[in-house]
Design a protein around this ligand. Sequence first.
Ligand code: HAM
Length: 424
Amino acid sequence: MIQKVKGTYDVYGQYGKKLLYVEKLIRMFMEKYNYEYFRTPIFESSSLFHRGVGETTDIVTKETYDFKDRGNRDLTLRPEGTAGIIRSYIENKLYGNNSMPVKAWYYGPMYRYERPQSGRFREFYQFGVEAFGSDDPMMDAEIISIPVNLYKALGLKEIKVNINTLGDDESRKRYREALIEYFKPHLESLCEDCKERFKKNPLRILDCKLDAGTDIMKKAPKTIDYLTDKSKEHFENVKKYLKALNIEYVVNTNLVRGLDYYTHTVFEVEANVKGFGSQNVLCGGGRYDNLVETLDGPRTSGVGFAMGMERLMTAIEYEKIELPVINNVDCFIIPISENEKQLGFEICMNLRSKGFITEIDYNNRNLKNNFKLADKLNSKYIIIIGNDEKISNILTIKNNITKEEYKVELDKLVDFFNENINKN
Ligand code: HAM
C-alpha cells in the first residue's frame, strides 16, 4: 500500500466539516475587513524566497523544497505566503493606485522540510493577510486584531498575544551592533549554526532553537533599548490602538520571529490551553517596511500575519469547542424498486435545488437497511416511493424523529419542506 508522505495528512469526515466552517468564517471576516482575495502559485522561482524570506533564516537554509523543472528552472515550493503576494503586488503594479492601501488575504498550502511532530507538518495550510501602503500604527493594530477577533469569534479563550518591536533601520543597525558586541566573547559556547549566524545576521542567533533558554541568550540585549524616538513612538501608538480595541497583549522583548524581513512591530499569538504541546504559536506576523523594495518594487510599507490552520483546529479541539457543523440530512428518499427510481431521483434533485439536504438510496438496499441508513444520516424525514405513490402522485412523508406520517401531493412537496424545515 502506498502511504502518505511523511509530514502530510488527509482531511475527511468531521475534521473536514469543522475545517470548512472555520474557512467560511475566515471568508466572512475578510469581507467585513474589506480585504481582497489573492491566490498566487504554489511554486515560484527559488530566488524569490532566498531574497524574500532571508538567506540566513532556517526556512531558507534548511527547510525549502527546491527542485529543477524539465526546463532546468530553479523552483521552490512556497514555504510561506508573504513573498509570493509581494511578487504579485509588484508584478501586477498594484502600487499604482495610491488612494487606498492594498489589503490582501490568502489561504493555501505551504511547504517546509521540518522535523514532523504534533503541530508541525511538511505540508500545512496558512490563512494570511498583507496590507501594503500604510505606515500608520493603526494598520499594525488592525492586523493584530484579525486573528485575535477570529479566535474570539470561534470561542477560543486560552490565547496569549505577544508583541515586540524591532524598530526602523537605524534602530535595527544599533541593535545589530549591540548584539555583535555582546555575542563576540561568547562565540565558542554557541552552536555551529549560530557561529555562522553571527557573521551573516546576528539577530538570527536569538531565534536559535538549540541555544534557546541558555543564560547567554537570556541576558542578550533587548531590541527595545536600541529604538530611535520615531520607532518608540510607533510602538507606543500600536499599543494605544490595541488598548482601544480591548486587545490584551504582553510585550515580550525576546520575540524576534524567524524571518528576516521584519521592521517595527512583530507579534505572535500562542495557545495556552493545557497539553497543547510545544508548537503552540497559532499565528505570527509583523511589519516589513523594506521588503517590497528588496524584491525590486517601489518603497512601500507592509504589515501582515499568517496563521497555521492545523494548530488552530487543534486549539479548537483542546478547548472543547463545539462548532455548529451540520450532521444530518433533511430528507432521505427510498424508491422501493427500479420502477420508482427515476421519480425518486427527480424529487431528490428538486429538493436539493430548493436548498434541502437530500439523500437517496443509490444501492437498491432493502427497506430495513434503508431505515438504518436514514438513522445513520440523522435524516429528519423519509420518503418511501412505491408504485401507488408513483401512480397517485401522493407521497407519504415520515418524520423520522416523531414517526408521524403525512400525505402530501407531489407538487406540494417543496411547500411542505419549506414549512417544516428551517434552512438556517
Ligand atoms: P511563520 O511564523 O513562519 O510566519 O508562520 C506563521 C504560522 O504558520 C505559524 O505561527 C504556525 O501557526 C504556522 N506554521 C509555520 N510552520 C508550520 C509547520 N511546519 N506546520 C504547521 N504550521 C506551521 C510566516 O509564514 C509569515 N509569512 C507571516 C507573515 C505574514 N508575516 C508578515 N506577513
